[in-house]
Design a protein around this ligand. Structure first.
Ligand code: HAM
Length: 433
């Protein structure tokens, strides 16, 4: 039996209506990043597996069980599809000495891969907008990035996304806290679930992140990392909060906010919504001053965040922020030998002048072509028969204004002007006037 081939589970097609929205969205993102002086960087989708082990951490969910890793059968290299972008970005900055002269503000956009159980808002191939800075040590850049994310929600007309922040302190502070936390958990071993028992000696901080209601009470009384921070870490955290308060960005301190990747220190933050079911985190990030050193470079302060594009677009689509699909300006209808000879040239010259043209392919009678023109959503039909072609003219027929404007013959050289004149009144010309 012939079975059709399907896409891989958790890896989705983005069909034209939605892809048009993604393009609109990506354009907004580029302008937004530029407004803060962040420059684009494009990174490989495949990296050495060792990069992610070193950067994200051996005992994280991502590295333990979610990476698409394989051996390149041609040369035996151990490779992985990137599960996130920070590791690759730090590698590139180091490899190309990007931050040797001056600090860098960078952003990227693209697919990431994690072998998770697919559900709404959680996919095996998903897209992130990542923002990273290298070479800035103060709390001002952490705050800048939080403000930046807040602005994107505003630009997209989104509200109700809640900001949670925390400080993970420095590694020494965390080590002291970790010992105390393990003590506490050992005293409450009866309340630990299987997952927590497994993490107790590998990654106990992650237990704090558990969603298991049976552990809630025990966790709420566990020691707080914030109480173990030294003066410098406290000052850094207060510095971030000061800017947020000065600018009026509301936040909650969540002392149990830990991240699923090991490279963080000091500030961490997440933006959450209650409108996406279990997959509530739209955006997450923080400071990772140790990562570049861990990858073999000179230590360099760094900070960043990533937005889950599928989650964000789902939010935009359920609010009113969805733009209408861009319309094509003209559908080009033509028939007859003389018309055939000039139609492609007419279409190209309209495009030269910033007008978008759907060219009728596959022939057909005038009647059937006009039906296609109507169905296409174009604003105008440009019709060329042999009569028109002989006089170097076309017939211009408005398709969307309820007959307010009659069709008329215009010279080929004058069509674009005629269309633009019409749109100057209509306000919906999206060509390059
Ligand atoms: P992350 O928390 O693993 O952080 O992912 C960031 C965001 O990507 C999540 O908040 C979520 O919106 C989205 N995301 C993650 N996994 C999936 C999935 N399976 N399906 C759909 N969306 C998903 C990072 O990746 C860090 N690199 C962030 C960062 C940048 N930290 C510093 N710089």
């Amino acid at each position: 039996m012939n079975q059709t081939v399907q896409s891989v589970r958790g890896m989705n097609d983005v069909l034209p209506a939605e892809a048009e929205f993604w393009e609109f969205f990506e354009e907004r993102v580029r302008l937004w990043a530029k407004a803060y002086g962040y420059r684009p960087i494009r990174l490989p989708i495949v990296e050495p597996t060792s990069l992610f082990k070193r950067a994200i951490g051996e005992v994280t969910d991502i590295v333990e069980k979610e990476m698409y890793s394989f051996e390149d059968s041609l040369n035996g290299e151990k490779l992985s599809l990137r599960p996130e972008g920070t590791a690759g970005c730090a590698r590139a900055v180091l490899q190309h000495h990007l931050a040797a002269q001056r600090p860098q503000r960078l952003y990227y956009l693209g697919p990431m891969f994690r072998h998770e159980r697919p559900q709404k808002g959680r996919y095996r191939q998903f897209n992130q907008i990542g923002v990273e800075s290298f070479g800035f040590a103060g709390p001002d850049i952490d705050a800048e990035q939080i403000l930046m994310s807040a602005r994107l929600w505003d630009d997209l007309g989104l509200d109700g996304i809640e900001l949670q922040i925390n400080s993970l302190g420095q590694p020494e502070e965390r080590a002291r806290y970790r010992a105390e936390l393990v003590d506490y958990f050992e005293k409450h071993a009866d309340s630990l679930d299987e997952e927590a028992k497994r993490r107790l000696h590998t990654n106990p901080l992650r237990i704090l992140d558990s969603k298991n209601p049976a552990m809630r009470e025990m966790l709420s009384e566990s020691p707080r990392l914030l109480d173990h921070l030294g003066a410098e870490s406290v000052a850094h955290f207060e510095g971030v909060q000061q800017v947020l308060s000065d600018v009026g960005v509301a936040y909650t301190i969540n002392p149990r906010l830990v991240r699923g990747l090991d490279y963080y220190n000091l500030t961490v933050f997440e933006w959450l919504t209650d409108r996406l079911g279990a997959q509530a985190t739209v955006c997450a990030g923080g400071r990772y001053d140790g990562l570049v050193g861990q990858l073999g470079g000179k230590p360099m302060p760094a900070c960043g965040f990533a937005i889950g594009v599928e989650r964000l677009t789902a939010l935009v689509q359920e609010s009113d922020g969805v733009p209408t699909a861009p319309q094509t300006d003209v559908y080009l209808v033509y028939q007859g030998d003389a018309a055939n000879a000039i139609a492609p040239r007419v279409a190209e010259s309209l495009r030269d002048q910033g007008i978008s043209v759907l060219f009728n392919c596959g022939g057909g009678s005038f009647k059937s072509q006009m039906k296609k023109a109507d169905a296409s959503g174009a604003l105008y039909a440009v019709i060329i028969g042999d009569d028109e072609a002989r006089d170097d003219e076309v017939t211009l027929k408005p398709l969307r204004d309820d007959g307010r404007e009659p069709q008329k013959r215009v010279s080929i050289d004058g069509v674009a002007d005629e269309i633009v004149k019409y749109f100057l009144d209509e306000d919906d010309f999206d060509g390059c006037l």
